[in-house]
Design a binder for this molecule. Sequence first.
Ligand SMILES: Nc1nc2c(ncn2[C@@H]2O[C@H](COP(=O)(O)OP(=O)(O)OP(=O)(O)O)[C@@H](O)[C@H]2O)c(=O)[nH]1
Ligand SMILES: [Mg+2]
Length: 386
Amino acid sequence: MATECCAVLEAVSASGESTLVRATAKATKTIGQLLNVSLNIAVTGKTGSGKSSFVNVILGLSENDNGAAPSGVTETTTEPNMYVHPTMPNVNIWDLPGIGSPNFKANKYLKDVKFKTYDFFIILNSERFTENDIMLAKEIRKQKKGFYFVRSKIDIDISSEQRKDMFNEQEVLSTLREYCQSHLSEFKDTKVFLISSVYLEKYDFEILQNTLLDDLPDHKRAALLQTWPVCSAACLEKKIELFKALTWAASLASAGIAMVPMPGTSVACDAAIAFLFLSKCYYAFGLDDRSLKRLSEKVNMSLLEYRAKSKFANAIQNKALTTLPVCAVVVTLTTIEDLLSLLPVVGSVCAAGLSFASTQFFLTEGLKELANTAREIIKVAGLDTI
Ligand SMILES: Nc1nc2c(ncn2[C@@H]2O[C@H](COP(=O)(O)OP(=O)(O)OP(=O)(O)O)[C@@H](O)[C@H]2O)c(=O)[nH]1
Ligand SMILES: [Mg+2]
């Protein structure tokens, strides 16, 4: 009982509220936002600049996967296409048509592509930025939306420079940066991000992520952090921090319903929140089949066996329906009992309803194990040294 009280007090304190009722209400809202917040990212730029490839990077898909944006030297994006993130049903990445015509009118383009839909724009170019890109950026700014300039396909620039004598990668990158920046001189505080959609771990992909995180409001930040592919150990740690900081809310939201009884709620309801919280960690940390297979192919070694060591990851993987968004996974009491049985001390009390301390213990242990599994995979894949 003392443990129970301490655990509840700790969670109320973490919520910043003064009473359990208020803390529980805040927890429910916070978890609701984590699970349902929407984010719309627009990707635009000249034909062939790598928009569809970049969209697929954010979706965590290869171009041959179901639901991926078609890309290639002859495919052309001619109208706005919305791609729903496979594990984040409220996150949409929009592949917008290029802005190449001589009669291009930035304000008309923005109206045509329904600019109000998007939280921010990413403007891609694989050469220097054109007048059209600059006009578009000015118009986006007028509409009080954010934009970010990305110089894409950096790996191609690097490999063509590599053939020259006295090649120095850092020098090439800073020359490219200055060159792009000089074409964007009217946007004084705007940076250019040098990115390769093939080698995310190199160049500025992570810097772009950090810049977006700094600029977004808190609840959208959580959506971006869950969506962004794990490209480095630092990126993974940011994701782990996000979920750690929300464990109090997940515990209160799942166990809270039992503590503050409401008509029509059940243990299965509580369990669904706990399961979804850990499923979100699993996907955000890149532990799902698709992410692991992609990374395994990239580093040319099998990484699935590392996930197999985690009881939590296995249990979630067995229950996850890979073709459906996470929130559509049907969570039953049996599902959560399977998970709870991983922790004997918790499993035995499940049928009678979870105590708060047990829920908190379950979520903390689950998060810790998933985080450590993902850390090990990143280390084995060599992404911790970049
Ligand atoms: N090496 C390399 N190739 C890339 C990169 N990004 C895109 N590509 C290739 O560039 C070509 C064009 O890429 P897309 O993603 O189809 O470009 P897009 O802007 O969507 O093209 P449109 O829809 O025709 O306007 C494809 O062959 C891609 O594989 C990159 O970062 N590095
Ligand atoms: Mg395209």
